[in-house]
Design a protein around this ligand. Structure first.
Ligand SMILES: *[C@@H]1O[C@H](CO)[C@@H](O)[C@H](O)[C@H]1NC(C)=O
Ligand SMILES: *[C@@H]1O[C@H](CO)[C@@H](O)[C@H](O)[C@H]1NC(C)=O
Length: 474
């Protein structure tokens, strides 16, 4: 009886608690500055230039590519023009005093001017984001002009925080994107565009554009973030600072270390781009996925709550090691909404990852999630690569022991490698019911149908024969 009363009292309390959802990231990461006296929702950001990289930064690494992030926060006022002069670091920028805001804050000029396409890839992106128009702060949108010389390529890349919609203004354009590693995954969708055509590249997916013609092409695109970020796959994977170890790259791409070194030296500019928005916030206690329903929505429709059972929130077997016998020596057992229907709308899921000695979870990204991981057994060398901002494509690595915890920010390319002689086990949580995984090597070299060797040869600055050989490995 007393228990019942307590229960009711607790339930009444719980239902009156209002919870704000977490803000979406507006940059690769925003490490909490616990020393700051500035109070905001969450924490202000540490200066990103201060490295929190371990002293024991060793030479070995693994490549990776993972990059995706959530969408921009909704504005809470008419505008919040970025105050670039402020020393306070927040997610995005703090607002300028609205009384001194002028039309110029929402203005930029020169998008009629072609970018110089003289560099080796033959394309040039002119971005008009929050760094060029301070008024874009909190508004969740930005614009680009892209110029392509004949045979010019905008190499495979991803935008961790944005969907892109693009229209051809002049010339012709061959475009494509690759889906994530779901069942039937890494599918390549391509289209030949003419003047006036419009194409969408879903948030976080690896995509490219190529001008197959003999005349210049111009396209105008819009992106659903004030600061979409760009992760060019070749740069992030083969050109990070410091470089990812050739051992890791050789394993990830199933090539010899010598070939990895060659690629490492030769390539540049390829790209990888993949990111998506965060999960919807729940609008009720739960919404268990009704897999039998024919109605298609974002996520799944809800089961009748009256027939929901504890089993809907339950999964058994994460104590069992996955089989690490395949060539990379790692195995991810994912417990997402497909295995645990109760996760629908809740924005979280879990994985167990097993690594044989020298086992690699190759460079990949989760388009819809940040990942937090702890080592249960063994040791793990982990790393992630930032996007192509100034000082971009920086590699952050850390050697983890049992009990250590590491975070891979949403959408960034990351990897884990077991450098030891014993098995390693890690448990991770991801901030999405269905985080998605894009394994860079598979998506770039193993899509169905394959991305043309002409595009890849140009992106990685190697000959077509090398690309054909690489593609044969997947
Ligand atoms: C793009 O074009 C601008 C303007 O011509 C030029 O300053 C810039 O260096 C070019 N960028 C690349 C990557 O070629
Ligand atoms: C992972 O392990 C499971 C269980 O042993 C096995 O069925 C599956 O094929 C493995 N996956 C890979 C990619 O090796």
């Amino acid at each position: 009886m007393a228990a019942k009363t307590l229960l009711l009292a607790l339930l009444a309390m719980a239902s009156s608690l209002a919870m704000a959802s977490d803000p979406s990231p507006l940059q690769d990461f925003c490490v909490a500055d616990k020393d700051s006296k500035v109070l905001v929702n969450g924490f202000v950001c540490k200066d990103p230039k201060v490295r929190w990289q371990p002293k024991s930064s060793s030479s070995l690494l693994a490549m990776a590519s993972s990059l995706a992030m959530a969408s921009d926060p909704s504005p809470l006022q008419d505008f919040c023009v970025a105050d670039k002069a402020s020393k306070v670091r927040v997610n995005g920028f703090v607002c300028k005093d609205p009384t001194v805001v002028k039309a110029e804050d929402f203005f930029s000029t020169g998008l009629d001017k072609a970018g110089d396409t003289g560099k080796k890839l033959g394309s040039n992106v002119t971005a008009v984001n929050v760094n060029k128009i301070v008024g874009l702060n909190t508004l969740g949108i930005s614009m680009v002009r892209i110029d392509y010389a004949p045979k010019g390529l905008n190499a495979p890349h991803t935008h961790p925080r944005a969907t892109e919609i693009l229209t051809v203004i002049e010339g012709q354009l061959f475009v494509g994107f690759v889906t994530s590693n779901s069942d039937n995954g890494n599918r390549l969708f391509t289209k030949m565009l003419k003047k006036g055509d419009v194409f969408v590249f879903p948030e976080g997916l690896i995509h490219f554009q190529f001008n197959p013609g003999h005349t210049n092409t111009v396209a105008i695109g819009a992106l659903s973030s004030q600061n979409p970020g760009t992760i060019t796959i070749a740069n992030a994977v083969f050109g990070s600072k410091p470089p990812i170890s050739d051992e890791v790259l050789a394993k990830a791409f199933q090539i010899t270390r010598m070939a990895a070194k060659t690629l490492l030296l030769a390539l540049l500019a390829v790209a990888s781009s993949l990111a998506m928005a965060s999960d919807p916030s729940p609008l009720q206690d739960f919404c268990v996925a009704d897999k039998a329903s024919k109605v298609l929505v974002n996520g799944f429709v809800c089961k009748d709550p009256k027939v929901v059972k504890a089993e809907d929130f339950f999964f058994r077997g994460l104590d069992k090691a996955g089989d690490t016998g395949k060539k990379l020596g790692s195995n991810v057992t994912a417990v997402n909404v497909n295995k645990l229907a109760g996760l629908n709308t809740l924005g979280i899921s879990m994985v167990r990852i097993d690594y044989a000695p020298r086992g690699l979870n190759p460079p990949h990204t989760h388009p819809r999630a940040t990942e937090i991981l702890t080592v249960i057994e063994g040791q793990l060398f982990v790393g992630f690569v930032t996007s192509n901002s100034d000082n971009g494509n920086r590699l952050f690595t850390k050697m983890l022991k049992k009990g250590d915890v590491f975070v891979f920010p949403q959408g960034l390319i990351h990897f884990q490698f077991n450098p030891g002689y014993t098995n390693t086990v890690a448990i991770g949580a991801l901030s999405s019911q269905n985080p998605g995984t894009i394994t860079v090597a598979d998506a770039v070299f193993g899509s169905k149908p394959p991305i043309s060797d002409e595009v890849l040869a140009k992106a990685f600055q190697v000959d077509k024969k090398t690309i054909d050989w690489l593609q044969a490995q997947f």
